[in-house]
Design a protein around this ligand. Structure first.
Ligand code: SAM
Length: 345
């Protein structure tokens, strides 16, 4: 098993059998070796600095109906909100003062006819904070809309492919959504020169080891600058509310495998992983993640961005808890790197 891990580190590649072996091994020593090598590779490229991104949850209004997601349009138990431009700008201002140099706007997916409002907002952010990276995570749109947002000043875009397997994708999404369209969006974003992030939910219902192998092969081939991997966590008002959560073990194994396949990738230790267990965030970093995304949203709205049950949004998960995050990182020999944190590729 250790030979496989060393081969992955040296060649950045493993065949299907090798990947399956790493994903299924019960040899805890081998898993520890995997994490150790991934950590060493992350440190070789990024040192012991962890980049921080200020996350603003712009809206929980969504036209989509993903079966796993708490803000799907059919969930009538959610109180819907959209931040005003002034609220967003004041979150950015607060984030900038705290030291953040990447601002992320994430939210439910709107129709393209409201794209101009986002473009104006991004333009204003770009004008006020020219030294910040602006990341968008607002779902699937036309090439024209992505181009408009890019021209307004957005630098990066996060769009997890969720699962590369077409049949699995169809079980998790309504008929009007398709894996092929999601991948098309990723290609448009790449063409428009965004730094692109993709990724999956780990342990989503019906996910198999073969699906994970397919996801890893897709990511190796696509070569995203950012990779978002978080455990699936059930949300009780969704059709998948009764399914078991993904595990921290599988999520951190994937961080390490992705780190060895894509050594310079920006990999967040996700909020969903931190929600599973209090040590989740640090475990993610020790498995090779090098980014965290504290929440900058107004605290009275955070509960309404309930993608899954128990979603962490306070303490070290919140931007105002940044000192706590700093001291947690210090316990494992890491620190916050306050720079924009672009991909070093
Ligand atoms: N609408 C945009 C999109 O679809 O990319 C961005 C917002 S969406 C809520 C952000 C991410 O939340 C999704 O890519 C998905 O992986 C994650 N998510 C949604 N429901 C989840 C759940 N129940 N457990 C874990 N992650 C979830």
């Amino acid at each position: 098993m250790e030979t496989l891990i060393d081969r992955l580190e040296q060649t950045r590649h493993l065949d299907e059998r090798g990947l399956r072996a790493l994903l299924t091994t019960t040899d805890t020593g081998a898993v520890e070796h995997l994490h150790r090598r991934a950590r060493a590779v992350a440190q070789a490229h990024y040192g012991t600095g962890i980049y921080v991104r200020g996350l603003i949850e712009l809206t929980n209004v969504c036209r989509n109906d993903c079966l796993y997601c708490g803000i799907r349009r059919s969930n009538h138990h959610v109180e819907r909100y959209t931040l005003t431009a002034e609220q967003v700008l004041s979150c950015c201002e607060q984030g900038y003062r705290l030291g953040f140099r990447t601002l992320v706007l994430q939210g439910g997916e709107w129709s393209d006819d409201r794209a101009g409002w986002i473009a104006d907002l991004v333009g204003e952010m770009r004008r006020r904070w020219p030294d910040c990276a602006i990341t968008l995570s607002l779902g699937e749109h036309s090439r024209e809309v992505y181009s408009l947002w890019r021209d307004s000043g957005a630098d990066r875009y996060l769009l997890r492919h969720e699962t590369h397997n077409r049949a699995h994708y169809s079980r998790l999404h309504p008929a009007e959504m398709s894996r092929d369209h999601r991948l098309q969006c990723l290609r448009w974003l790449r063409e428009l020169d965004y730094q692109v992030g993709t990724g999956i939910m780990v342990g989503s219902p019906w996910q198999t080891v073969d699906h994970l192998v397919e996801d890893l092969q897709f990511m190796a081939e696509f070569g995203p600058q950012m990779v978002g991997l978080g455990p699936f966590i059930a949300q009780h008002d969704t059709p998948l509310g009764g399914y078991p959560n993904g595990t921290a073990d599988m999520t951190t194994r994937l961080y390490s495998i992705v780190r060895l396949m894509l050594p310079t990738a920006l990999i967040p230790s996700t909020t969903a992983l931190a929600t599973l267990s209090p040590e989740g965030r640090l475990q993610g970093i020790l498995a090779g993640a090098n980014v965290v995304m504290p929440n900058l949203s107004p605290s009275d709205q955070r509960a309404n961005y309930a993608l899954y049950d128990g979603k962490a949004s306070t303490g070290a998960e919140a931007a105002e808890g940044i000192r706590r995050l700093e001291s947690q990182l210090a316990t494992i020999g890491y620190h916050i790197d306050w720079s924009r944190g672009d991909h070093r590729g």
